[in-house]
Design a protein around this ligand. Structure first.
Ligand code: PEP
Length: 251
């Protein structure tokens, strides 16, 4: 049985005080959510305090990004995966489409970040997804396959236990335009087949594949009813404790 993951990506929102207020409001609202792993991803500057406030709760903390570099060193502005772990993060998001689009992250960089995350004993949420133009050209699966091949290069069997794939069609992120449950299911099933071909049937059936793109309280249940959808990566609707809690408590 795959345990669903519902993760809130706060992007570059919330001061430290606002981040703390949000998790303090969220904690009691999701305290009985044993059916899934609940994760929040605050900005780096709020990670430590948020992780401290969540200690002993059922909410885990993620970094939104990490350096391609594994070791400390002269890399101004970078934060290493092991530093995220050091302040209480247990997950890291890599390859988010906003980083690929606006910060020119390549599959090679994303792959290094995956390896850095595993070396730091973090669960890695690897984001993949096609643009609208690519979907319209009929190359969505080809694009996702390429992102998976590039991002997963050199992964070992033990890394597979700690990888979560987030399928986030770029056209659905922050646009209010969600993929239909059937469209999402189709791509999730494709991703699972890629894992079966690349690794094994067992690895594919254990893999958690979460959907991201305008997930809201009123569409989560439909998405979660699909066989291959194992959770959600939620942007905008995760910023308010109440709406994120409704998504977590979709059952
Ligand atoms: C995201 O940032 O990963 C995301 C899916 O955002 P939104 O839910 O706002 O579309």
């Amino acid at each position: 049985m795959r345990k669903p993951v519902i993760a809130g990506n706060w992007k570059m929102y919330k001061t430290l005080g606002e981040a703390v207020d949000t998790v303090l409001a969220l904690k009691p609202l999701v305290a009985n959510a044993n059916h899934c792993e609940v994760v929040v991803a605050p900005v780096f500057t709020a990670l430590k305090v948020v992780a401290d406030r969540l200690e002993g709760s059922n909410i885990g903390v993620a970094g939104q990004n990490c350096s391609t570099e594994v070791e400390e060193g002269a890399h101004t502005g970078e934060v290493a995966a092991f530093m995220l772990r050091d302040v209480g993060a247990r997950y890291v998001i890599v390859g988010h489409s906003e980083r690929r689009q606006h910060y020119f992250e390549t599959d090679t960089m994303v792959n290094k970040k995956c390896h850095a995350g595993f070396a730091a004993d973090l669960n890695v949420i690897l984001c993949v997804g096609e643009s609208l133009a690519q979907r319209d050209r009929g190359v969505a699966e080809q694009v996702v396959n390429g992102q998976l091949s590039g991002g997963l290069n050199g992964l070992t069997a033990s890394d597979l236990d700690r990888i979560i794939i987030a399928y986030e069609p770029v056209w659905a992120i922050g646009t209010g335009r969600t993929a239909t449950p059937e469209q999402a299911q189709e791509m999730h099933a494709f991703i699972r087949r890629v894992f079966a071909d690349r690794y094994s049937d067992q690895a594919a059936s254990n893999l958690r594949i979460i959907y991201g793109g305008s997930v809201k309280p009123d569409n989560i249940a439909g998405l979660m009813s699909q066989t291959d959808i194992d959770g959600a990566l939620v942007g905008g609707a995760s910023l308010q404790a109440e709406s994120f809690a409704k998504i977590v408590n979709y059952k």
